[in-house]
Design a binder for this molecule. Structure first.
Ligand code: ADE
Length: 243
């Protein structure tokens, strides 16, 4: 999958992309990252990428001309792929959107800076707007890395374990069950005996119940959309009667 990233802070991407599992996937040809500095597409002496807002008020606004020129000269016009603006005003990113975007061969990410971007970028260049949550960061670079990471790990071959993404929290609509590894006793704390029993049916049931319990406690809002069996419902009803 190819990612084209348009940013005013191109140096912020390499440290993460070259230090993680994503680097290995890039070497194996599964991922391609092209980082484009929007400032390279300015033509004035000072390489200006922002200006004061029409109508007054504080803050600076990202100018449309360098952004259009950067995106159009790299991708052509119209772009052959989604052009996604990272903005707190976008639809809120989640695992479902990660799956949706992972189906593309190529996506472009536009990282906003300053107080805002000229609205014509949003109206005539961008095809999608994504937020990573209801809080405001200084720019779209960290959100873009979050999107890249969540999407990339869904692509075949990127994770070492081919089933690595299927048990994830959120993949099934529930939070994931707890994990344990050696030692069997650590500082006096043991491992749940069921996990040591070797009884695969019992272990699967325990994990399912832990998932349900954890989701009910931490993210009850997820339960109405989760795919639940009759015995899941019974288990949850038992829990809610107790509390
Ligand atoms: N840029 C600044 N804040 C953001 C957010 N929450 N999501 C995406 N882009 C952003």
């Amino acid at each position: 999958m190819r990612f084209d990233i348009f940013t005013l802070l191109p140096d912020t991407f390499a440290p993460y992309l070259q230090a993680s599992i994503l680097q290995k996937a890039t070497e194996r040809g599964l991922l391609e990252f092209n980082i484009h500095n929007i400032r390279d597409y300015t033509h004035d002496k000072h390489h200006t990428t922002d200006d004061t807002p029409y109508g007054g008020g504080g803050g600076m606004v990202m100018k449309p001309d360098p952004v259009f020129e950067a995106v159009e000269s790299v991708l052509g016009s119209p772009a052959p792929c989604p052009v996604i603006l990272m903005t707190p005003q976008g639809r809120v990113f989640n695992q479902k959107i990660a799956f949706e975007l992972a189906a593309h061969q190529q996506i472009a990410l536009l990282c906003g800076r300053y107080e805002g971007i000229d609205e014509r970028i949003r109206e005539h260049l961008v095809t999608d707007e994504i937020s990573i949550g209801d809080y405001v960061l200084t720019g779209g670079e960290l959100p873009a890395l979050i999107l890249i990471d969540a999407i990339s790990r869904l692509l075949p071959g990127v994770l070492g374990d081919p089933d690595g993404a299927t048990d994830d929290s959120h993949a099934s609509g529930l939070l994931e069950y707890p994990h344990y590894t050696r030692p069997v006793e650590f500082r006096g704390w043991g491992v749940p005996p069921t996990l040591l029993s070797g009884d695969h049916g019992k272990i699967a049931r325990w994990r399912r119940e832990q998932s349900l319990q954890r989701t009910l406690k931490n993210r009850p809002d997820m339960l109405p959309n989760a795919d639940l069996s009759e015995s899941d419902h019974k288990f949850i009803n038992g829990l809610t009667r107790k509390t």
